[in-house]
Design a protein around this ligand. Structure first.
Ligand code: NAD
Ligand code: UGA
Length: 478
């Protein structure tokens, strides 16, 4: 299918910009795709010859990069040049929650989006379609339009013309390539039919037309944060029921199976765990809360804020529970943390439940050995706000009291369990479901515990290895 669009520029080479543009480049070899970013280090990593060094770990991404990079897919810091050549520009920059000022703690910080709009206004030439790919508060397209239209007022820029579309991304990390190649739907919001069709033509190269939905621009923006709010709501719902299961003798997996069989509810997104993490769920719900409050819909705001509050409560509940099982104190006790990424198959740690749970345990004086197959220990240092202390590995005879509240990274699970009182499984990496508990048990101090917060280890194997087991949402724990 040939498209009117020949040259795409994507501003933002992050978890969305990188994979999304790799898939577009692969599906549309006749389109030149330039991904630009102000972060030079990130761009260098996207260009690294060793594909293990790509800034994002995402199954299947390395193959696509190998196939398309320097053919019709380019990564660079040359914003001005690539914006001026593009006939379609995707804005795919970060939109975190505002830290200060009006709406702090809830509203999205749009300074990066605004900066992009100004760059586009300045450098673009002729007619350009600007596509919001970032998740943006309802009515942001208006802000972008205002900035772009202001640039048309200058006598030198009379030939500049813009259309703004909303095309939110629904990929989940860890399955991004599959989600992009076989999306449940592609959403395009906009006013100008010709611009909508130009973007539709790109997606039509691999997405069935009945899955490409057209809406007005505000519905598109709102649908994106609503989808995330609904998904996050399911997780808080199942985690709240998990807590009831633990108290009553029910099993949350059985409850999830029973309710998930109802086709109106569905079986996905019902896994109890340590609470949702990731860069978007909390931010997008808080955005919805801000929007509701802004329009005086305080009950609506309270309803959605409850989803975030439950999630926070749930993470602290897990720490309290670990402390209780470890005889009321974790001070000077070694605990192995398995998993720091917010979910499996990604190296992303943003808002990971592991951060809060580890911080709580360190605060209580525990000594942590943290393992994750893909997360860089330097990232853990940033998240915990505390330097790694490698001396933990030299401690003999469980004399961990001298290193209370310290942590270190260990890539060998057996070594990290040496002298440990507990192992806490926080991310559902496949390798954690295949651990040889007999070998681990020999290394641990007794009584030893496994806290399976993802419900992925075999109850029988852990118990046969003479280790106590606590499983999330399992009322038979007691
Ligand atoms: P990210 O932080 O990984 O990447 C954003 C990139 O934009 C960074 O590399 C940053 O340097 C760059 N950037 C910021 N301002 C810039 C500017 N003015 N010019 C050039 N580059 C600039 O963020 P992300 O996870 O890719 O998320 C991007 C957007 O997509 C957010 O709005 C997010 O809510 C949304 N989203 C994310 C996901 C996800 O799974 N991560 C999924 C769907 C939607
Ligand atoms: C989520 C949405 O699933 C995507 O559709 C959306 O595009 C994206 O947010 C976004 O806008 O950023 P993501 O955060 O990458 O994707 O990953 P999810 O699979 O949704 O998981 C989010 C969190 O919920 C993780 O911490 C995960 O472990 C947890 N989760 C998920 C559960 O605890 N139980 C489940 O059953 C599912």
């Amino acid at each position: 299918m040939s498209s009117l669009i020949k040259n795409i520029c994507c501003i933002g080479a992050g978890y969305v910009g990188g994979p999304t543009m790799a898939v577009i480049a692969d599906k549309c070899p006749e389109i030149l795709v330039n991904v630009v970013d102000i972060n030079e280090e990130r761009i260098n990593l996207w260009n690294s010859l060793n594909l293990d060094l790509l800034p994002i770990y995402e199954p299947g991404l390395d193959n696509l990069i190998k196939k398309r990079r320097n053919k019709n897919l380019f990564f660079s810091t040359k914003l001005e040049d690539n914006i001026s050549k593009a006939d379609m520009i995707f804005i795919s920059v970060n939109t975190p929650t505002k830290k200060k000022g009006v709406g702090a703690g809830k509203a999205s910080d749009l300074k990066w989006v605004e900066a992009c709009a100004r760059q586009v206004a300045k450098y673009s030439k002729g007619y350009t379609i600007v596509v919001e790919k970032s998740t943006l508060p309802v009515k942001t397209a208006e802000v972008i339009k205002t900035i772009l239209e202001a640039s048309q007022l200058s006598p030198d820029d009379k030939e500049k013309k813009f259309d703004v579309l909303s095309n939110p991304e629904f990929l989940a990390e860890g399955t991004a390539i599959k989600d992009l190649e076989y999306p449940d739907r592609v959403l395009i919001g906009g006013e100008n039919k010709k611009a909508i069709n130009s973007l539709t033509d790109i997606y039509k190269n691999w997405v069935p037309i009945n899955k490409i939905l057209h809406t007005n621009i505000w519905s598109s923006e709102l649908a994106k944060i609503t989808a995330n709010a609904f998904l996050a709501q399911r997780i808080s719902s199942i985690n709240s029921i998990g807590a009831i299961c633990e108290a009553t003798g029910a099993d949350v997996r059985e409850v999830a199976r029973a309710i998930g069989s109802d086709s109106r509810i569905g079986s996905k997104f019902l896994d109890a765990g340590p609470g949702f993490g990731g860069s978007c769920f909390k931010k997008d719900i808080l955005n919805l809360v801000y929007l509701s409050n802004y329009f005086g819909l305080n009950e609506v705001a309270n309803f959605w804020e409850g989803v975030v509050l439950l999630n926070k409560w749930h993470q602290h509940r897990i720490t309290r529970l670990i402390i209780k099982k470890l005889l009321g104190t974790v001070t000077g006790k070694k605990i192995c943390i398995l998993g720091f990424a917010f979910k499996a198959n990604t190296n992303d740690t943003r808002e990971s439940a592991s951060i809060n749970i580890c911080k709580d345990l360190l605060e209580e004086g525990a000594v942590l050995q943290i393992h994750d197959p893909k997360v860089d220990p330097k990232q853990i240092e940033v998240n915990l706000g505390k330097k790694e202390n490698k001396k933990i590995k030299e401690i003999k005879d469980q004399n961990y009291f001298q290193l209370e509240g310290q942590w270190s990274f260990e890539k060998d699970i057996t070594i990290s369990s040496d002298g440990a009182d507990a192992i806490v499984v926080l991310t559902e990496w496949d390798e954690y479901s295949k651990i040889n508990w007999f070998a681990i048990s020999k290394k641990m101090r007794k009584p030893s515990w496994v806290f399976d917060v993802r419900s992925i280890v075999s109850r029988t194997k852990v118990l046969e290895a003479n280790i106590n087991l606590w499983k999330i949402g399992d009322g038979t724990n007691n």
